[in-house]
Design a protein around this ligand. Structure first.
Ligand code: GLN
Length: 484
């Protein structure tokens, strides 16, 4: 399937109908999804109705939206009025949302065709989709390897060419890391850029919905549609939304790229290091000035992130008690037993671990030592980035310290899994924006991703800088070979 911008042109010109494109998507899903398990569910009736409406409106000469007839996949923690929204959890296995998320309303208004909901680590907690209650997704580049997580289903769907675009969500890297593992372009927008209304909350001060695409030009189109103020999310900002698509064409002068040694320390895989260092040399060759900067508090980012996100999760997930929301146990007993059995049966091991960690960090006697302290560290980390972005436009680094790993490799050791978030979690803590773009392959043919981070609400320039790389290189154009 071609890029989204091309499909849109075909629909608008009448070369292809939205329904024909949908049929191609459904065929590809039938062929590949049982192996990849990217989609948890396809909402065919809903998608067909949208596609026919678009074709009808075109027939009547109506102007069509920015994503006219473009099929898109949605992570299953984003609420849709049709079908289910499970969050990859048994506790929400039959949950039907009474409303659409803000981004869903925007996509429908832009004439996108919403194909189905994708797999994720339960409540977006994880880096591999192995924590999904419904079984993991597979990496289209090699099905023995994880696609990354938590938005692994969305990444696998775009990477395998089932759809050109998808939405994921980020709390600490869940769009950028799977983008890196699946050779895609994935963005964590600045905190407040995209409304969280209808995104099931994990860590509310970190969460942000983010787009996946095969290149920056398509990603800009999707960001254009979802960005902007929504009064139902009080943390979404009033700032005007730039024309991201048009801004891509602006010239890039006086580009300063920051390199911080903290992103190239112990534990960085040598093939990842080589690919990213090569990219830095290339930017320099094209005229960028490379500036050494420092993010001294990055070493605390994992500890800080896993305190903030678990504390917020323990509070956010309190609503799933079998009464307000979610699975209710058959063995009721008294009210306490009802709560505890429903939660024990409904939540998986990682979610329970995080609720317990977060409850501990917030409990009296420990609050000051852990939670309050981590908020101070978070502030210091943000100031590190402020200082760096006073001198450079973007920071360049690997997205993940390691290439895609095998199923089970990190599952038994939660700490090893957490450490893989070392380069992404700080972006969310600081509220800034970050993008992952393809920058090479390992000797086993697995994708490697490069991360660029910029100051909050600097998405337009960030995208332009990422685009420059894609104009000079072809890593992002490679697609995995799928069995027929
Ligand atoms: N891997 C990180 C975690 O497990 C990030 C998850 C996310 O961004 N949703 O929390």
């Amino acid at each position: 399937m071609g890029p989204a911008r091309q499909l849109r042109q075909q629909v608008i010109s009448g070369e292809c109908s939205a329904e024909e494109i949908l049929n191609q998507t459904l065929e590809a899903v039938t062929r590949h999804n049982s192996r990849l398990h990217a989609f948890l569910r396809i909402d065919e009736a809903q998608a067909r109705q949208q596609a026919r409406q678009i074709d009808d409106r075109r027939g009547r000469g109506a102007a069509l939206g920015l994503l006219a007839g473009v099929p898109i996949a949605i992570k299953d923690n984003i609420c849709t009025r049709w079908g289910l929204t499970t969050c990859g959890s048994r506790i929400l296995a039959d949950y039907r949302s009474p409303f659409d998320a803000h981004v869903i309303e925007r996509l429908l208004a832009a004439d996108a065709v919403l194909v189905g909901k994708t797999n994720l680590d339960e409540f977006a907690m994880g880096s591999s989709t192995e924590n999904s209650a419904f079984g993991p997704s597979r990496n289209p580049w090699n099905p023995d390897y994880v696609p990354g997580g938590s938005s692994g289903g969305s990444a696998a769907a775009v990477s395998a060419g089932l759809v050109p675009l998808a939405l994921g969500s980020e709390t600490g890297g869940s769009v950028r890391q799977p983008a890196s593992f699946c050779n895609l372009t994935g963005l964590k927008p600045s905190y407040g850029r995209v409304s969280r209304y209808g995104l099931v909350a994990f860590g509310s001060s970190l969460d942000q919905i983010g787009p996946f695409a095969t290149d920056v030009a398509d990603l800009a189109l999707l960001l254009q549609v979802i960005a902007g103020r929504d009064s139902r999310d009080s943390t979404s900002v009033e700032l005007p939304v730039p024309d991201y698509v048009a801004e891509l064409e602006q010239p890039l002068d006086r580009l300063r790229i920051g390199v911080a040694a903290e992103y190239f320390g112990d534990g960085l895989d040598s093939q990842v290091r080589n690919a990213v260092e090569q990219a830095i040399r290339e930017y320099e060759k094209w005229g960028a000035e490379i500036v050494e900067v420092s993010i001294p508090h990055l070493r605390y980012a994992i500890a800080c992130y896993y305190l903030v996100c678990t504390a917020e999760a323990s509070s956010n997930l309190a609503r799933f008690d079998g009464v307000h929301y979610g699975h209710r146990t058959a063995e009721r007993g008294d009210i306490i037993q009802l709560y505890s059995r429903s939660r024990a049966e409904g939540f998986g091991a990682e979610v329970k671990r995080r609720i317990m960690l977060g409850t501990y960090a917030l409990s009296s006697g420990y609050y000051d030592a852990y939670y309050l302290k981590t908020l101070k560290v978070r502030r210091l980390l943000k100031e590190d980035f402020d200082r760096a972005f006073a001198r450079v436009d973007v920071l360049i680094s690997p997205t993940s310290p390691v290439p895609p790993f095998r199923f089970g490799e990190r599952l038994a050791d939660p700490l090893a899994m957490y450490l893989a978030d070392i380069y992404t979690a700080a972006t969310n803590l600081a509220g800034i924006c970050g993008i992952s773009i393809p920058c090479g392959f390992t000797s086993q043919g697995l994708p490697i991703g490069l991360q660029l981070q910029a100051a909050a609400f600097n998405e337009a320039r960030l995208l332009r800088i990422a685009r420059a790389y894609q104009q000079h290189t072809s890593h992002h154009t490679r697609r995995p070979e799928l069995p027929r």
